[in-house]
Design a protein around this ligand. Structure first.
Ligand SMILES: [Zn+2]
Ligand SMILES: [Zn+2]
Length: 111
């Protein structure tokens, strides 16, 4: 596991979705996988054709209810650059807000 603490992940919307936030910066659907690999696609507006048509998407913060960190066991929710498995509920690391540990305090990463 790496050193990056993931924040709670946003929801992705088609830019034309009625629930899409106004004023959000749109990006092409084909970039979603690299920009927001752990975000939540909105089931109302994002479907199998979204990436094929390379539609414009926007990301909206999700107002998660308070919950305990539940580390996911899914490989897709265990990015190698993250400090630990992402939470099942918010796909974040429940980091406490102090500065991210960018450097390995013990020494250079071993591979
Ligand atoms: Zn939507
Ligand atoms: Zn969570």
């Amino acid at each position: 596991m790496g050193t990056k603490a993931y924040p709670p992940q946003p929801m992705l919307h088609d830019a034309d979705c009625i629930e899409a936030p106004t004023g959000a910066i749109a990006f092409p659907a084909r970039s979603a996988g690299s920009m927001y690999p752990h975000a939540f696609p909105h089931y109302n507006c994002i479907g199998p054709g979204t990436i094929g048509a390379n539609k414009s998407l926007v990301a909206a913060p999700i107002d998660f209810d308070p919950h305990d960190y539940e580390p996911s066991s899914e490989p897709l929710l265990q990015p190698t650059d993250a400090v630990g498995p992402l939470c099942k509920i918010c796909h974040g690391n429940h980091f406490d807000g102090s500065p991210a540990p960018f450097a390995d305090p013990i020494g250079p990463a071993r591979s």
